[in-house]
Write a protein that binds this ligand. Structure first.
Ligand code: MEV
Length: 319
């Protein structure tokens, strides 16, 4: 039996990092996905072939696994413990996005793996169980993680998420034209989240205020999105980026891309995701020549432009 599931990547419009401290965030699924194909094996081994690397390990040794495919192995381990069932599998992973770029590929691969593996072990899993177990995967791998990435990878669309309070879908019936700029990341999400944690521990009063202000930006951002106030969305993105920089999660390359995109005519620009390199989003006016100028500006400093659209699609089974 062969199964294939896919999950989307994401951009965070407002609120990354602050969501780890209970503040809300607004996040959108994008039309770039991670695909997970699986088939049962006749033995107890897991063989993974991915765009980046490959691995072959016994299912009885997965709790000791420390390799680069940790999110996939952890998803299988958690689901096996949760259901009491396990099977050897061949897995093929393909991603339409660069891995570890801050676009939520680890959440997407975890969610699609849980969906596919539950089918292999014949466990009838609900969509909310998938989201919950996906978050557990991120927590166990990273030490700290909000529900943001795994929620959006599961359900798709654009969401306002306030941990332990609300998960609300925001209906966007107009195009918000984002350009995504990418540079290779220096540090992974776990490192960046722990860096902010140390900053918080050592400067609690100041950093709490920054988190609180990011929370306010998210509330204003939600209003601006609903009112289709593109200029306000851009302004709030700029303020959010400044605060992320003050948390130490931006770097020179990200700042260069942000400033050049603004100079080229973007209505707003900010880093998206955990930072330490990775991606920025620039909000463009509806003008082809300005869009070209923004793309050229990103490329002029070695950034790669990745064309994206916001997407309503979450986890889905492929033919
Ligand atoms: C990473 O995509 C987003 C962070 O806020 C971490 C998290 O929410 O788990 C930096």
């Amino acid at each position: 039996m062969k199964v294939k599931f896919s999950s989307p990547g994401k951009i965070t419009l407002f609120g990354e990092h602050a969501i780890v401290y209970g503040r809300p965030a607004i996040v959108s699924a994008i039309n770039k996905r991670v695909y997970v194909s699986m088939e049962k094996r006749d033995d107890d081994f897991i063989k993974i072939i991915s765009d980046l690397s490959s691995d072959f390990i016994s299912i009885n040794e997965i709790s000791n696994y420390k390799g680069s495919l940790i999110y996939i192995i952890k998803a299988i381990e958690i689901l096996s413990k949760y259901t009491g069932r396990k099977k050897g599998v061949n897995i093929i992973i393909n991603s339409e996005m660069p891995i570890s770029a801050g676009l939520g590929t680890s959440a997407a691969v975890s969610i699609a793996t849980i969906a596919a593996y539950s089918r292999i072990i014949d466990y009838n899993i609900s969509i909310s169980e998938i989201a919950k177990l996906g978050h557990k995967v991120e927590l166990e791998v990273q030490g700290i993680a909000s529900i943001m990435d795994t929620t959006i990878s599961t359900f798709g669309g654009t969401m306002y998420i306030k941990p332990n309070v609300t998960i609300e879908k925001i209906k966007i019936d107009y195009e918000i034209p984002f350009i995504l700029g990418y540079i290779k990341r220096e540090y992974n999400t776990a490192y960046m989240v722990n860096k902010v944690k140390s900053l918080m521990n050592e400067n609690k009063e100041i950093i709490e205020k920054i988190m609180e202000t990011i929370g306010l930006i998210v509330e204003e951002g939600k209003k601006a999105i609903l009112e289709k106030n593109i200029e306000k969305i851009g302004l709030l993105m700029n303020i959010n980026h400044g605060l992320l920089d003050s948390l130490g999660v931006s770097n020179k390359e990200l700042n260069d891309m942000v400033y050049l995109a603004r100079k080229a005519g973007a209505l707003g620009a900010k880093l998206t995701g955990a930072g330490g390199g990775g991606c920025i989003i620039a909000l463009c006016p509806n003008n082809e020549s300005i869009k070209n100028n923004i793309c050229n500006a990103i490329e002029s400093i070695g950034g790669k432009v990745i064309p994206i659209l916001l997407s309503e699609e979450g986890l889905k089974e492929e033919d």
